[in-house]
Design a protein around this ligand. Sequence first.
Ligand code: NAD
Ligand code: UDX
Length: 460
Amino acid sequence: MKKIKKIACIGAGYVGGPTMSVIAQKNVDVEVTVVDLNVARIAAWNDGDLNHLPVYEPGLDDVIKEARGRNLFFSTDVDKAIKEADMIFISVNTPTKTYGKGKGQAADLKFIELCARQIAAVATSDKIVVEKSTLPVRTAEALKSILDNTGNGVNFDILSNPEFLAEGTAVSDLHNPDRVLIGGEDAEAIEALVQVYEAWVPRERILTTNLWSSELSKLVANAFLAQRVSSINAISELCEVTGANVDEVARAIGQDSRIGSKFLKASVGFGGSCFQKDILNLVYIARSYNLTAVADYWEQVISLNDHQKSRFAEKIIQTMYNTVNGKQIAFLGWAFKKDTNDTRESAAIYVADHLLDEEATVIIYDPKVSAEQIYKDLDYLGTRSAEDNRRLVKVVESHHDAVKGAHAIAILTEWDEFKGYDWQQIKNGMKKPSFVFDGRKILNKKQLVNLGFDYYSIGE
Ligand code: NAD
Ligand code: UDX
């Protein structure tokens, strides 16, 4: 049985960085090198000040402190890492295509293909190539074809090992995964990867399947999770018109062990780099096999999510006497969930865009997201000029500066610190009436109403 001594990982992003750090932490005898084309990102991973790591995740700094320089390395020398490794993880981005066939739905596999071609060109010894990125079912077939047809005659075994970590809890998810999934054809290659995980994951939690089940399971897991959020969000709208309370409904149904209590928190809408992208991809795959009913079914999860985001923005406008023109709306939170600096597909972006269309002034505070990132997110939409985004949007360094003189506060991310603010003091500094729109249902309604706020939250 082959024992893995050196691992390379192509892609030092939100998945590659934390995943490989934990693999290195738990396998002291394996040398792990994470490589990326992005020079600034690699420099940040190597930064002596752990506050400068490119990914913010609770507990990640401790893992890096332990492993970096011992058996964990970050580098831009992709060729060298490929050449030396026995096992190569591909953990590059697989965004939704923005051009050509499948535009707006299919996964863009150009970065994956580039990796495969580079591995084939450089490898002079046998390699196990592991798909860590989330990929459409049957991608391994294409990978194998590229590797075998453009390689130097060495043997490539392909495994699928999708990652199930959630951002904000990446380190604890990696330390204690519900399961690790490995799909493959070659028993020895599978066993080599099982051994890497067995360093800390109990054997019964390491599932092995065929390649296609593994690739598909990742898309399906995200689709099921997102579907639960859309389901409870659909019910939140019904609660608002019937007098039911969505938290109470969620608790009542979640106690049924067949339903379960997780992922039933109504919100302003799910965001993140995965849910929408992976469902769109699932829809695209189903359509490509002419499975129209299947595709239509899953597409609704996205439609409902879009509806939830715009419904929240509309609620703000309507409640504020049908105009927000020139009014100051403070956004608490911009990240797509708490405990991450990631803003990809964050609901905040779309809610802000909607309000900016109505010429509101939006003042944003997020504990971990930079002004540069916020403007980048808005500019990327292309709804208005960069100048207009800067005219209408101000990003501030403290919540005090966001809420002072505001007509309304909208909570877009469930950061814990928001709960502990002095809401009396906040109220004193705001315009009257003082509106709070709680898109995350984190504040105490009774307390805020007693303080004199006009408080609105999803699903009540
Ligand atoms: P990311 O954009 O943060 O990181 C990807 C990195 O790959 C970038 O730094 C990019 O520069 C690098 N890269 C791209 N092409 C390269 C090449 N040819 N050579 C070297 N480096 C290259 O993306 P991510 O969030 O880490 O996601 C990676 C994959 O993992 C995606 O398929 C995603 O769907 C999947 N995934 C993400 C999450 C998540 O929570 N973010 C969870 C599970 C799975
Ligand atoms: C998700 C999957 O959970 C993870 O397994 C996969 O590997 C990557 O995609 P992530 O997107 O990082 O992880 O975070 P997650 O906790 O799933 O939240 C996604 C979005 O749904 C967030 O915007 C979150 O706020 C929202 N959400 C989640 C809700 O609105 N309500 C919930 O009950 C749960």
